[in-house]
Design a protein around this ligand. Structure first.
Ligand SMILES: Cc1cc2nc3c(=O)[nH]c(=O)nc-3n(C[C@H](O)[C@H](O)[C@H](O)COP(=O)(O)OP(=O)(O)OC[C@H]3O[C@@H](n4cnc5c(N)ncnc54)[C@H](O)[C@@H]3O)c2cc1C
Length: 476
């Protein structure tokens, strides 16, 4: 096993959870000059923050619930990240086909889209519409029966895993900050009013560490209730209503689709169908979850549900299970609106809890709003350390660029993969391939040399930086 980077005895701040929320807080504390340790039980961004619908968006459907504040904030964040990280996200036009039997007619959709543009302070490329025949000629396989036309609006497509990684790399530019993947939080106890002793365990070597910290921050998303309810010290009542969402990556040739569409089936769900290079992303579902939360797989029912809807909306396509390249699944970390009064209702906005002094737990929100979510924690911590809080620090562009850029922008050479292993903190073969290279499954491999030959030829070089074996390459 590779040895870990040295863990110090004390860090002023310790963040548990390196999804986008923990990453955002890490970067913000780092930018404020506060030495911080960020740990994750698995790889960075290996859970919910790599299993989103991969959109930076205002959330057009939250308009229905009059969540104008959230939509306003998220649209402004989306437009900000299009400027700050143009290599990781791009603007995309989405079409919403409208049918006679739909709850909302085309004129109403247009009003909603105008409101969406207004809430973006007209920074969005303005909405538009296509009539029935224009919609059919744009999407030749779409169901024609009852089609009125389509509303068109702008949002952004993002590589969620890459953005989280780059936010962490940016935080690491402050050399007093450290980020460790495969390092689990086990438990903690208060030594003094403002001093915790935290036990950590490396999940790869089983080695345990004890560190002290003044501020303990949990950014553990959907895992929070399970983690904190196990410890009496936090007196934690469950606050989440978790639900599972699955996605499919399908082959591009399975559907004739020049640009994304938003399907609104009669069950009230929304399904995004987003072409990206040689593949198409389809999702999502909403099902109850029980049992294990880590490394979830999409269930058969969810896969069938998404395929059935694609067939309903694109009857002229021959789409089938054979066209699926891979699937993935995540849990929405939705916070109950008020656990005592409104069971079943959830708030989309984030909340910061302080179960005990100097301990912060952040829950909810959206991937898109991570930067402003981080401010709420950083502000409190700066205040208690007597450091002026400066919200504009996080407006700076990210300083460290990934070796492999998404959306097929980088040619996958052996040299670039080795550099990725050397500099981008993967510890296992999976960390390297799935998140640094963006390959979920061998079926995504699109290179002149076979997957196995490519990695076997650089295996000994890669083994200087990551755990890698013949078996891992073959069975990936
Ligand atoms: C299906 C789906 C689609 C979505 N689509 C979008 C979208 O398109 N746009 C958008 O803006 N938002 C979207 N969201 C919401 C968004 O993905 C989440 O709000 C966000 O990713 C949550 O990030 P997080 O950091 O809170 O959680 P996570 O990414 O899950 O991070 C929590 C981390 O805590 C770690 N952890 C847990 N226990 C421990 C421990 N004991 N020790 C150390 N580490 C631990 C986990 O390993 C994990 O990495 C979607 C969500 C889902 C589920």
């Amino acid at each position: 096993m590779k040895s870990n980077r040295q863990i110090k005895d004390h860090y002023p701040c310790l963040i548990v959870g390196a999804g986008i929320v923990g990453a955002g807080i890490f970067r913000d504390l780092s930018l404020h000059g506060i030495p911080t340790l960020l740990v994750d039980k698995k790889d960075f961004t290996s859970q919910t923050s790599q299993a989103s619908s991969k959109m930076l968006h205002g959330g057009i459907r939250y308009l229905e619930n009059f969540d104008f504040k959230l939509v306003f904030e998220a649209l402004h964040e989306k437009n900000l990240w299009l400027k700050l990280a143009p290599h990781l996200c791009y603007e995309q036009r989405f079409s919403i086909p409208v049918y006679n039997e739909d709850k909302r007619p085309l004129w109403m959709i247009r009003c909603g889209l105008f409101l969406y543009d207004l809430l973006s302070s007209f920074q969005n490329t303005m909405h538009d519409q296509t009539n029935r025949s224009e919609t059919i000629s744009k999407f030749p396989q779409i169901r024609e029966n009852g089609l009125q036309g389509a509303g068109i609006y702008s949002d952004a497509v993002v590589d969620d895993a890459k953005l989280t990684l780059e936010v962490i790399y940016d935080g690491l530019e402050n050399k007093n900050c450290q980020a460790e993947n495969h390092m689990a939080y086990i438990n903690s106890k208060k030594l003094k009013e403002d001093l915790f002793e935290v036990e950590l365990k490396c999940e790869l070597t089983e080695q345990k560490y004890k560190v002290t910290t003044k501020k303990l921050i949990f950014a553990t998303g959907p895992f929070t209730d399970k983690l904190l309810s196990n410890s009496h010290d936090f007196n934690w009542e469950p606050k989440l209503l978790p639900s599972k969402g699955s996605h499919l990556w399908i082959e591009r040739k399975a559907l004739e689709l020049p640009s994304p569409v938003v399907l609104t089936p009669p069950d009230g769900r929304v399904i995004f169908v987003i072409p990206q290079g040689e593949k198409i992303l389809v999702g999502t579902t909403e099902t109850q979850i029980d049992g294990e939360y880590f490394d979830l797989k999409a269930g058969e029912e969810d896969i069938q549900y998404l395929l059935d809807n694609l067939k309903q909306y694109f009857p002229k396509s021959n789409i089938s299970k054979e066209n699926i390249l891979s699937t993935f699944c995540g849990i929405r970390p939705l916070v109950k609106e008020d656990s005592s009064h409104s069971r079943g209702k959830t708030a989309r906005e984030h909340k910061v809890f302080q179960p005990i002094s100097n301990c912060y737990v952040i829950l909810g929100g959206k991937y898109t709003t991570f930067r402003v979510m981080a401010h709420d924690v950083t502000k409190e911590i700066c205040h208690s350390f007597g450091i002026p809080f400066n919200s504009s620090l996080s407006l700076a562009p990210l300083r460290v660029c990934s070796h492999i850029l998404p959306f097929e922008k980088t040619e996958l050479t052996k040299e670039v993969v080795i550099n990725c292993a050397k500099y981008e903190l993967p510890k296992t073969f999976e960390d390297l391939v799935i998140r640094r290279l963006g390959i979920n499954d061998k079926k995504h491999w699109n290179h002149s040399e076979s997957f196995d030959d490519f990695f076997k030829s650089i295996q000994s070089k890669l083994s200087e930086y990551i755990e890698i074996s013949d078996e891992q390459i073959t069975n990936f």
